[in-house]
Ligand binder design. Structure first.
Ligand SMILES: [Zn+2]
Length: 413
């Protein structure tokens, strides 16, 4: 790891200039100074460092000065290949790792089975294997990685996962564990939040000040951005849409209560209900095609979709968002489900014209979301966002890595 990389994440003015060029570039130095409010000598100094480190590239020239006189100005843009970040998405039985460049483009990803961890060593070994394989798939050196971002289901507060469907991780300071193992800054957040940050920086949330991201898959979640800031709540548990009450005497949820939305309308519930109705076990990936042929299955999907739509409509009634983004594996459930979600939302007062965007979905999308935890610290650090850092690992100095000898373990095979 090059020495300047970690420092860059923590240097506010450099982040400011870098983010301006990312968002508004290509830009001249003079424009960067005007837009950032920094003096032109400060910008020139920062740009020189960013060029020397390879983060910025110069391209083309435009006539300098408003009257077209003076020295031609060189335009600056971010070099996407100046560094790479690793994003990891943890589920109860797998770990997906993706490597992205600075433009959040996926360069490679892998999914490895991940048996429930019983020890810290087991957790570290699983991460080490996934990261090594993803770097190999991307053709990226470990030394060019700037940090790790992890998304996991459940509430995340103080860098720890609580109330999660993943056993064995409760109370473990995962960012610290990963920093010690990899010698890189590591960040942890709820997986729906990581996806929401990705939508805000690079996706359908760009340009919206207040929006929500609703995910359907194994569970149902919601990321909430209000006035440009991700809303986390008191315990990091904001947006647990899957646990709003949808049917008071409904089936039992993994959280212990009855009738949670998730227990009625997430993918496992659909598989269960289709099995009960048809006597056949179909994985979620087959349900859309099945619904197109069998009206009974279509009715099950539509009824679940309406429940989700009603819950989202309730949330929208309270938050009045500019946009609702639907994402997650559940996007594959097809029109029977998605149309019902739309109908459920739009049946609410004042929601008939609410913008609903369905995001295309790929296996690496969750992990890409996690990668943006690191990119956000690079381009738009917590102190500039007016938020507390996503994990206590962020402001802490990275310690040396006494466990370095273990790093080769679980490498490519
Ligand atoms: Zn529940």
């Amino acid at each position: 790891m090059r020495a300047g990389r970690r420092d860059l994440i923590r240097d506010l003015n450099r982040s400011l200039v870098l983010n301006l060029v990312r968002e508004r570039g290509p830009l001249s130095r003079a424009e960067a100074a005007r837009l950032s409010g920094l003096s032109s000598s400060t910008v020139t100094e920062i740009v020189a460092v960013l060029l020397a480190d390879g983060y910025l590239m110069e391209e083309g020239r435009v006539a300098g000065g408003s009257a077209g006189i003076g020295r031609p100005a060189t335009l600056l843009r971010v070099n996407p290949a100046a560094g790479f970040v690793v994003g990891l998405k943890l589920t109860a039985d797998s770990l997906t790792a993706t490597v992205t460049d600075l433009a959040a483009e996926v360069r490679g990803f892998v999914t490895v089975p991940h048996p429930p961890a019983t020890s810290r060593a087991g957790i570290v070994a699983a991460f080490d294997e996934a990261v090594a394989l993803a770097l190999e798939a991307a053709g990226v050196d470990r030394g060019d990685v700037m940090g790790l971002g992890v998304g996991a289901p459940g509430a995340v507060a103080d860098g720890r996962l609580g109330g999660s469907p993943i056993p064995g991780l409760a109370g473990i300071d995962l960012p610290r564990l990963l920093e010690e193992q990899f010698g890189l800054p590591a960040y942890l957040d709820n997986d729906v939040n990581t996806l929401t940050i990705a939508e805000q920086l690079y996706g359908a949330g760009a340009g919206a000040s207040t929006f929500v991201v609703v995910t359907v898959g194994r569970g149902i979640g919601m990321g909430i951005v209000v006035n440009g800031v991700l809303h986390r709540g008191r315990r990091g548990a904001a947006g647990e849409l899957g646990h709003v009450l949808a049917a008071p005497d409904g089936p039992r949820c993994w959280c212990g209560r009855r009738g949670c939305l998730e227990a009625l309308a997430a993918e496992p519930a659909l598989v269960r209900d289709v099995l009960a109705a048809t006597g056949r076990l179909h994985p979620p990936s087959e349900l859309a095609a099945l619904a197109a042929r069998e009206p009974g299955v279509a009715a099950i999907l539509a009824s679940a979709g309406r429940l989700v739509g009603r819950a989202v409509g309730d949330a929208a009634t309270i938050l009045d968002p500019e946009r609702v983004i639907l994402s997650g594996e559940g996007v594959r459930l097809g029109p029977a489900y998605l149309d019902a979600v739309r109908d459920g939302v739009r049946s609410h007062h004042g929601m008939a014209d609410l913008e609903l965007v369905v995001e295309p979905w790929g296996d690496e999308t969750w992990a890409r979301g996690a990668a943006t935890l690191v990119l956000r610290e690079l381009f738009h650090p917590a102190h500039l966002r007016g938020e507390s850092a996503p994990s206590p690992a962020a402001p802490r100095a990275v310690r040396p890595t006494p466990t370095r000898a273990r790093m080769g373990r679980g490498g490519p095979r």
